[in-house]
Design a protein around this ligand. Structure first.
Ligand code: MN
Length: 492
């Protein structure tokens, strides 16, 4: 994946200054390319000085499979009417980098030639006017090109651009339908494909059962050995243990699911405990391990969360920490120490585990199948967030709540599932009310890696609403924002 950078200018200045513009722009692109906070290659392409050059650059961008986003910098003044034709055709996310070559004004030597060459300050305004006038979504980053802060902001956008690009044409498999009568996990798969780029299709659980049956004893042996090496395995699951056959069946499920997803080029999937015909147990361990390998997942047929989780995992690539499917489960209402215990029946991703997960088997009260095998663990303290995409009928809202994960007050010896505990910002009382007013789902993508800024950029690229609950959230103002937002999106 590459980010392509162009500098805007014009022929007013003559060939000398244009040569300097090109040299400066190439140096800036190299600087961004080498910045650790920017995960993708940054390539300087050219200085654009006419409408024809801009239009032909846009054709090259649109035809490229490498270019996931375009960085535009107005080194000098670039009369913006010549950008209209190109910008109206551009099909990649835009970052308008409002920077200049030199950090400081050279107070002693500055003259008119210097000022004419270093005109970002007003050249960027002319360009910004055009994009605002045309209603073009973009990110504006202001700052010197060597500043760490600018790199962080460009890096967040680059991660969102990678996720956005990776979701175009992405395939999501559903095994079984939506959990019966549940509302928030429903949605319009056609409008989702038009908005986010991914397609969601259903497959019979019988097709999966065939894959389970096809798993060979040798492959199961190999996978079970991996489990024994990677996890603290309960005695009953070990070879010779009373429930060892259940572990072997879980391995069979992982092999079958993985082969189905790989052969079909799927990046995310859903299942539901209401459609398990032919399954001996609900897949727990298999889902957890597939999530850890980067697959999106949503339980109870929740394809919107599955897709969001996949996009978040692409954004998070290479960052420390983890990202998991999550559900707000239970509250702790002790005054002054209010917090949330998040978990699911089984399917929490071990990338958020603190320490070595424990591989266990316990009964599951629903689904009517045999006891499922699952990884049990706690998750570390630190900043994180929960994100949810909901379908409001004709449009989508991406809702984000920043949280601080905390260690549980005590061990949870009787809780047979992976879990994490967090304090939502600004506090549980405001955060949960705001989430509910916004219509946020019970399912989320929980991440120690993805930031609100990445999700903000992703929402901009998809052309959907972003609603954030953070330390600055005031409930009365938040409700007004929701009301105004409804009016704004109704007019789109
Ligand atoms: Mn659920």
């Amino acid at each position: 994946m590459e980010l392509w950078m162009y500098a805007g200018s014009q022929h007013l200045y003559g060939p000398g200054p244009l040569k300097q513009v090109a040299e400066h722009a190439a140096e800036i692109a190299r600087g961004l390319d080498g910045a650790p906070a920017i995960p993708h290659k940054v390539v300087f392409k050219s200085v654009l000085t006419t409408a024809e050059e801009i239009t032909s650059a846009v054709q090259e961008i649109n035809g490229s499979s490498e270019c996931v986003g375009v960085v535009l910098w107005m080194h000098t003044f670039s009369p913006a009417k010549m950008w209209i034709a190109g910008l109206s055709r551009l099909q990649r996310p835009i970052l308008h980098f409002h920077t200049q070559y030199g950090r400081d004004i050279p107070w002693d030597s500055i003259d008119m030639d210097f000022m004419n060459l270093n005109q970002t300050a007003h050249g960027g305004r002319e360009f910004g006017y055009m994009m605002t006038r045309m209603g073009i979504p973009r990110k504006v980053v202001v700052g010197h090109w060597k500043s760490e802060q600018a790199h962080q902001r460009i890096g967040a956008w680059a991660r969102a651009a990678a996720a956005h690009a990776s979701m175009q044409g992405a395939r999501i498999a559903r095994f079984g339908d939506n959990m019966r009568n549940v509302a928030v996990t429903e949605g319009d798969k056609v409008s989702a494909e038009m908005t986010f780029g991914y397609s969601v299709n259903g497959y019979g659980v019988g097709d999966l059962v065939e894959r389970f049956d096809a798993a060979s004893d040798a492959d199961i042996d190999r996978l079970v050995k991996q489990y024994l090496d990677a996890y603290t395995v309960a005695d009953e699951l070990k070879p010779g243990g009373a429930a060892h056959d259940s572990l072997r069946y879980a391995a069979r499920q992982e092999i079958g699911l993985r082969s189905f997803l790989e052969d079909g080029d799927f990046v995310a999937f859903t299942d539901t405990f209401e459609n398990l015909h032919g399954f001996e147990q609900l897949p727990g361990l298999a889902v957890q391990r597939l999530m850890a390998d980067g697959y999106g997942f949503g339980a109870e047929g929740d394809w919107k969360t599955s897709a969001l989780l996949r996009a978040m995992k692409v954004m998070a690539e290479g960052l420390p920490g983890g990202t998991s499917f999550m559900e707000d489960y239970t509250y702790h209402f002790e005054p002054g120490r209010e917090r949330v215990l998040g978990s699911h029946m089984l399917e929490i991703c071990p990338t958020i585990a603190s320490g070595k997960p424990s591989l266990e088997i316990h009964p599951l009260g629903i689904g009517g199948k045999a006891d499922p095998v699952r990884l049990v663990f706690d998750s570390p303290a630190g900043p994180a967030l929960n994100a949810s995409v909901i379908d409001l009928g004709g449009r989508y809202r991406l809702l984000v709540n920043e949280v601080e994960a905390v260690t549980p007050d005590a061990p949870l010896p009787n809780l047979p599932v992976a879990r994490t505990v967090w304090v939502p910002a600004p506090n549980l009382e405001v955060a949960a009310a705001a989430w509910i007013y916004a219509g946020g789902a019970h399912h989320t993508g929980f991440s120690q890696q993805v930031t609100t800024e990445m999700l903000e950029d992703y929402a901009t690229m998809a052309g959907i609403e972003l609603t954030v609950i953070d330390k600055g959230t005031d409930l009365r103002r938040f409700r007004q924002e929701l009301a105004l937002s409804d009016m704004y999106w109704a007019s789109r």
